[in-house]
Design a protein around this ligand. Structure first.
Ligand SMILES: *Cc1c(COP(=O)(O)O)cnc(C)c1O
Length: 611
């Protein structure tokens, strides 16, 4: 059975049973049952499922592994974590993070004014808030207001000018002044696609000279006792643990040096985010070379060692990992709308009594191809096809001959692949692509997996049912945007096999896993495909589940409203065009207008007729 690497990326959160992908929790419902239930209530098109128990699983894991490491090494500091809102600010996610993190005092990280407002409104009492990113006077004032509300908030300084602003705002708004963190510019860098946040040339942070200058400024403004944290972030999705260790050594020593030079209340190191998620569907090509446990142990061991060597207190540890917390909670399920194949059968040939000689030759190659001559005949066939296409362009053969050429080449290619049994690998690779089936899925890559479009990031993809049948079609995926980049391609090295389905008589769903981090808010409205319908699947004590918090994908009118179209004007224009049209009879006009209104109230995704 093909398991689509579920044992590599699935963390035992999903399992295959009875031919279906099931949620490995509670009474283990299958994804396809959940999706059908949602669709039966009229929600067609793609659905984004949120599983709060998978958020809880990640929060538990991170606290558990760090606290175990603290115990094992007898570490004196405290462990703290905040969720970086930029990874997912959607309300049905954030409310769950806050609720599920409450027992731990899990906090929030904000990187913009709007995110600070979310943190101010929703953060758990006494849980930390950290604020990163570039700031102006208003943003810093918001932090002071949060402090006045009683929030435990730390502003991380990205550059000296921000410190000047804080000193100014402190004069105006007075106590309580938020805690102050300094972001270090490390010379060690992360690696991989998202490594740019670290390193000496990174966008963010203070050089060692600026750190010393910052300390002096704080001292003369009598704010030095507010400086409690140093911060770094070496990039997202750290696949390799080596750069982290290097960064920790550097950061640990900076911490100790600053402490020794008078930073009396400095007591925390914030590691930023970066803990990687396993997206790979192949055991041979894993995305990360460590487990969370190793990560936590390395942090604690290294910090303990540096603190001991330099004779300073062991710092509290903060993490801002977001991808690790959010990615696995969301699954996008998209219905397959159509299969586009180049699959021809010999009965489709329409041979003439008299065919062009090259077509006759193709017929001959097909009949006499065997395991000895397969390679040679294949090359001859490709050559003939190219000549025939040229003859068509020049007007010497007709469309019927061209169609026969297409079909014959397809049949020859199939025979070649079955006969050559692996030799001629290079040819097979290119030919296989021409035989690939295109599965048209009701979703937008730009909206739902933008990192695939922008960065080539892969997400685990698999059908969620029919898994007790052998998938026989080598597939590529098309989305419904009118953009040729709206495609996820696979090849012989990394194939995706899907089932041969008759969509006239059955439905077929493909799921994209681990889409809960970054994808939703980065999603683009290309062709005006907006956020898909979402639903939260929550389990109760008895193991049953409830589908809650359904938010429909925006309807057409709201989409246009969001683009700042004048909706009233659009309605008036449409109404007049129908009223004035001489192509619609008077008695039909009301009916047509009614039908138009129904469409305006529906979302932009396609509605499959049968299912
Ligand atoms: C983006 C970011 C994070 C989150 O990174 P992940 O890779 O999602 O864990 C944490 N801290 C800062 C400062 C960031 O910019």
């Amino acid at each position: 059975m093909i398991n689509y690497g579920i044992d590599v990326w699935g963390q035992e959160s999903f399992i295959i049973e009875d031919g279906c992908v099931k949620v490995n929790y509670g009474n283990k419902p299958s994804l396809v049952d959940i999706v059908r239930e949602i669709r039966e209530n009229g929600h067609k098109g793609p659905v984004l499922l949120r599983f709060p128990h998978l958020i809880e699983k990640q929060i538990d894991l991170i606290y558990d592994k760090f606290n175990s490491a603290f115990n094992e090494f007898g570490y004196q500091g405290k462990f703290n974590a905040v969720f970086p809102l930029k990874v997912n600010q959607f309300p049905n996610f954030v409310r769950q993070v806050v609720k599920l993190g409450k027992p731990y005092g899990y906090g929030l990280e904000a990187g913009s004014k709007a995110e600070i407002i979310i943190a101010m409104a929703y953060n758990n009492d006494n849980a930390p808030i950290t604020v990163n990113g570039f700031k102006d006077m208003e943003m810093i004032s918001l932090c002071f207001i949060a402090a006045k509300m009683g929030h435990n908030i730390t502003i991380t300084i990205e550059g000296i000018n921000e410190l000047e602003l804080i000193i100014e705002v402190a004069k105006r708004l007075g106590d309580p002044v938020p805690n102050i963190g300094l972001r270090m510019r490390l010379h060690s860098v992360g690696m991989g696609m998202w490594a740019k946040s670290g390193g000496i040339n990174s966008k963010f942070g203070l050089t060692s000279t600026e750190l010393i200058e910052a300390m002096d400024m704080l001292k003369s403004a009598s704010l030095l006792e507010k400086f409690n944290m140093i911060h770094f972030h070496i990039g997202s999705q750290m696949g390799d643990i080596a750069p982290l260790k290097k960064a920790l050594r550097e950061a640990g020593n900076i911490y100790a040096e600053l402490k020794k030079s008078g930073a009396v209340n400095l007591n925390a190191i914030n590691l930023g985010g970066g803990i990687a998620v396993e997206y790979s569907q192949q055991a041979k090509k894993m995305d990360r070379n460590y487990k969370l446990e190793e990560f936590a142990n390395d942090v604690v061991y290294l910090m303990k060692g540096i603190a001991a060597a330099k004779g300073v207190n062991e710092p509290d540890i903060y993490t801002e990992s977001g991808r690790f917390i959010a990615a696995s909670h969301a699954v996008l399920v998209a219905p397959v709308l159509e299969l586009f194949s180049n699959e021809y059968e010999s009965k489709e040939l329409r041979l003439k009594p008299q065919n062009p000689p090259l077509v006759e030759e193709l017929l001959d190659l097909l009949e006499s191809m065997n395991d000895k001559n397969a390679g040679e005949y294949m090359h001859d066939a490709i050559d003939h096809m190219e000549s025939l296409l040229t003859l068509f362009d020049l007007g010497y053969v007709d469309l019927q001959d061209r169609s026969n050429t297409e079909i014959l080449l397809h049949l020859i290619t199939k025979k070649f692949i079955s006969l050559s049994g692996g030799s001629y690998l290079k040819e097979i690779k290119t030919l296989q692509d021409t035989l690939q089936e295109k599965y048209l899925l009701n979703f937008s890559i730009f909206q739902s997996v933008p990192d695939h479009w922008g960065l080539g990031q892969n997400f685990p993809i698999m059908p969620i049912h029919k898994l007790d049948e052998k998938p026989t079609r080598s597939a590529n995926i098309w989305d419904i945007t009118c953009d040729s980049d709206g495609e996820i391609t696979f090849n012989i090295k990394n194939p995706l096999f899907l089932h041969d389905v008759d969509l006239q008589s059955e439905d077929y769903f493909v799921a994209f896993f681990k889409v809960g981090a970054y994808q939703e808010v980065l999603g683009m409205q290309h062709n005006l495909f907006t956020h898909p319908t979402e639903a939260t699947v929550e389990f109760d004590e008895s193991g049953g589940y409830e589908i809650k918090d359904i938010i429909q994908a925006q309807n057409l009118i709201d989409i246009l409203d969001d683009m700042d179209y004048d909706i009233k004007e659009i309605e008036i224009r449409l109404r007049h065009k129908i009223a004035d049209s001489r192509l619609i009879s008077e008695e039909k006009k009301k009916e047509i207008m009614g039908e138009l209104y129904v469409y305006l109230s529906e979302n932009n995704y396609l509605r499959t007729v049968q299912f």
